[in-house]
Design a binder for this molecule. Structure first.
Ligand SMILES: N[C@@H](CCC(=O)N[C@@H](CS)C(=O)NCC(=O)O)C(=O)O
Length: 237
């Protein structure tokens, strides 16, 4: 199966959680908007195409044969078994999906640190609210949510959420830690010792041969100030 990923070509964004899975799973895939040089038009053509009965709302979208699948967590739930990125049993697959949906919630909250009022407004037009939101986010939400995932890893005995076997959830948690380090270097340095198992998971994923090769490649778009994780020094406390 040759998969097609439709996602914005200039950012990691939510597409990155899918890219990491495709890379670690050794999938045959095309990052359509990047590789064919069609950029944003490729996504617009898909999302706004007339006559699609089951039209996806927003990228990332995965095309697998005739299937068009949107929603990051659902895409990963779908890719898990063929790419061997999740155990086969139903309870394990649901556990992975449950964790991934919690990551989806966290991603939205991370995004809201720079866009707390509206995605339709520029960051510069909501900076005071962003500073307020971000302070509360780090005071209450980061300890609760990252603490939760660290606890999941304590129960699984690590380094991964299924113990010794990596899954798509681990790849996403790697991305969360990596992104928070980029966006909030000072805050993360102060906080990270409270979630040592997440840090270990991050390092274990980064050392996996396929991920290490991907991170060194041009396929990995550098972090920048258009994606989910944005480095605005005034938000870093
Ligand atoms: N819950 C969805 C969110 C999808 C989403 O917000 N996609 C962004 C790009 S990263 C978008 O283009 N959204 C358009 C919109 O929300 O109107 C997911 O996890 O895939």
């Amino acid at each position: 199966m040759r998969y097609e990923l439709y996602y914005w070509p200039e950012i990691q964004g939510r597409g990155e959680f899918v890219r990491l899975a495709l890379e670690e799973g050794g999938a045959d895939y095309i990052d359509v908007a990047r590789r064919r040089g069609r950029g944003r038009d490729a996504i617009a053509a898909l999302i706004h195409r007339e006559g699609i009965k089951r039209r996806p709302y927003a990228p990332p979208v995965l095309k697998a044969g005739k299937l068009l699948i949107a929603q990051t967590a659902l895409i990963l739930h779908y890719l898990g078994p063929p790419l061997r990125l999740v155990p086969r049993g139903e309870a394990d697959r649901l556990w992975a999906l449950q964790l991934q949906l919690t990551i989806t919630d966290l991603v939205k909250e991370i995004h809201d640190t720079h866009h707390p009022i509206s995605t339709a407004l520029y960051y510069e037009d909501q900076r005071p609210a962003a500073m307020h939101y971000t302070r509360e986010f780090w005071r209450n939400r980061v300890p609760k949510l990252l603490g939760y995932f660290d606890d999941v890893l304590r129960h699984s005995r690590g380094p991964y959420v299924f113990g010794g076997r990596r899954s798509y959830v681990d790849l996403s948690l790697f991305q969360i830690v990596d992104g928070l380090r980029y966006a909030f270097p000072k805050r993360m340095r102060r906080f990270e010792n409270k979630v040592p198992r997440l840090t270990q998971l991050h390092d274990a994923v980064a050392e996996r041969p396929r991920i290490a090769a991907y991170l060194q490649s041009e396929r990995r778009i550098p972090f920048n100030e258009w994606g989910i994780f944005r480095a605005y020094p005034e938000l870093d406390g």
